[in-house]
Design a protein around this ligand. Structure first.
Ligand code: NG1
Length: 534
């Protein structure tokens, strides 16, 4: 299983590029980054880290309910070149970070132990034997690229430079980043940046030995939560564990696990709705609210089904489905039908999450008071367990529609995966239409029940279908960003041309601009580290 493997560390660029299935573009970019690092910092980088973005084929907004998802890494990525700096005269762990993209300003910061914040002392001046946790100023309100670099760094400091570990002093670091994953658009530029940062700081501090893919995914998941979005683990898993030409079936319950499923011969074409998805800015009314709604739905459904849940437990929908179907503690075998059967059975009960008034006035949401009453918890317990740890606001909580999306999407993922596994990369047109149909159903469910689409995404996915895609859907959190379409290999150029002529925001773009917003992608391999030879 992918999780147990070590992070690939290359000492041969030829081998690395061969494993990337690389194009001339890749080679030029790696060389340019290394040369640019040398020009700016006066020495070669010691390491170059690669972390790819990802596309999610199907399984949207169900990773934080702990259901399996089917993403794959794409060939667009973050490259991070780094090297330790001579420590004399620099605070421990000081960072200078530059980005080749002028939109991202240079950064310079130093971590400090919490106990020293405001003391006027730097790490070098204090005895840090027992001064505890690290402090890095991460701004949650406005997300800069700085937030992601710091989030990755924080995890490395916490896990590898705590008073309990023998190592107390991180080295000062210079780093230079080059990214080709479009930002804020559902292709996980943020997770790629956090994974790259995590691996970069591990590499320069000589901490990569024995580090497994699982460890990096878990660190990156925790690190990304530090920037204020309570995300699931799909993006980090895809960025770290993907294998070429395959989708990655990632499951989170009872443990993180990942299994490649060969993709059919169709091509994935990504097209940007050109609506920026400000995930962190709207977290309290969108992403984080969905997390709360699905968790509250899980508790209320359990209560209705007679499943016991402790007052302080925050059970997910995946766990409810497991308990409902009598799942053993170590989980159902990955290839058994039990999860599907239990999902289908539980779907018959979700009507219980609808208020009686829905029959009369169509309002399917419930007020906070009703939600608390239905949960059977005291006001205080409910708020402690479901609201106080996360920033989420609503006048009506949409328990029924959210649960309906999550459970039906989990079933669609299982069907999609089974079709891929049954055909092992070679499929007929009929099978591609079947996969496309699941993608279209997923889009409808995201739009109608999860309210995470937007008019532009609805329009663009319809244009993609009309232009000949087997299926088309939003990918990532939604509310803007990219769509993914499954297209016959020999029809890709005519498909792209049609989109350029039909979708309003594309019609005035020149070729270079268009290539940034519509492109075919190949399922690529996960993150790796290159050790630069002197
Ligand atoms: P995007 O917005 O594409 O990064 C987010 C979450 C995922 C998942 C999807 C919805 C982060 C880092 N990622 O993806 O875990 O929940 O939304 O399926 O927030």
């Amino acid at each position: 299983m992918e999780t147990q493997f070590l992070i690939p560390i290359y000492t041969s660029m030829t081998q690395l590029l061969a494993d990337l299935g690389s194009t001339a573009d890749h080679t030029a970019r790696w060389n340019q980054l290394s040369d640019e690092f040398e020009r700016r910092f006066g020495r070669k980088p010691s390491h170059i880290v690669r972390a790819p973005g990802r596309v999610n084929l199907i399984g949207e907004h169900i990773d934080y309910a702990l259901f399996g998802v089917l993403p794959s890494a794409i060939d667009r990525d973050i490259l991070l070149a780094c090297a330790p700096r001579d420590s004399s005269g620099h605070p421990y762990g000081a960072v200078t970070a530059l980005n080749l993209d002028q939109r991202y300003p240079p950064l310079s910061f130093s971590p400090i132990r919490n106990a020293l914040v405001g003391s006027g002392l730097s790490e070098n001046e204090a005895d840090i034997a027992d001064v505890g946790d690290w402090h890095l100023d991460i701004d949650h309100k406005v997300l800069h690229w700085e937030s992601y670099i710091k989030a990755g760094y924080y995890g490395v400091l916490k896990d590898f430079f705590s008073p309990e570990t023998c190592c107390r002093y991180p080295v000062p670091v210079d780093l230079l980043v080059s990214g080709t994953v479009p930002a804020g658009s559902g292709l996980s530029s943020s997770a790629a940046m956090v994974v790259a940062s995590t691996l970069g700081f591990l590499a320069v501090n000589n901490k990569l030995k024995g580090v497994t893919k699982r460890m990096v995914v878990e660190m990156a998941m925790e690190n990304e939560k530090r920037v204020g979005v309570n995300s699931g683990g799909m993006d980090q898993a895809a960025s770290v564990m993907s294998t070429p030409d395959s989708a990655l079936y990632v499951t989170f319950y009872p443990n993180l696990a990942a299994y490649p499923a060969a993709l059919p011969q169709g091509t994935l074409v990504l097209a940007n709705s050109c609506v920026t998805s400000e995930k962190a800015v709207h977290a309290s009314t969108r992403y984080n609210l969905r997390v709360v709604e699905t968790l509250a739905a899980a508790r209320i459904l359990s209560r209705h089904l007679g499943i016991e849940v402790g007052p302080r437990d925050r059970l997910t929908l995946r766990e409810v489905v497991g308990r409902f179907g009598g799942e053993p503690a170590d989980g159902w075998p990955q290839d058994s039908a039990e999860l599907r059967v239990s999902l289908e059975r539980i779907m018959e009960h979700i009507g219980e999450l609808r208020p009686a008034s829905a029959q009369v006035d169509g309002q399917e949401g419930v007020t906070l008071e009703t939600m608390i009453e239905w949960s059977g918890l005291s006001d205080e317990d409910f708020k402690d367990v479901y609201l106080n740890w996360v920033n989420a606001e609503a006048t009506h909580f949409q328990l029924y529609r959210r649960a309906k999306h999550v459970l039906s999407e989990a079933l669609r993922v299982l069907r999609y995966r089974d079709i891929c596994l049954a055909n092992n990369g070679n499929v007929s047109d009929a099978v591609l239409w079947e996969l496309g149909k699941l993608m279209n159903e997923s889009q409808t469910s995201c739009c109608v029940d999860y309210d995470c689409s937007c008019p532009e995404l609805d329009e663009l996915t319809q244009i993609c279908r009309d232009a000949g895609a087997y299926g088309s859907r939003l990918t990532g959190a939604g509310w803007g960003g990219f769509t993914v379409s499954l297209v016959a290999e020999d029809k890709v150029s005519q498909f792209i041309e049609k989109l350029r002529r039909t979708y309003g925001p594309f019609t005035k773009l020149n070729d270079e601009e268009a290539a940034e917003v519509i492109f075919a992608t190949k399922p690529s391999t996960g993150a790796c580290v290159y050790v630069v030879n002197e």
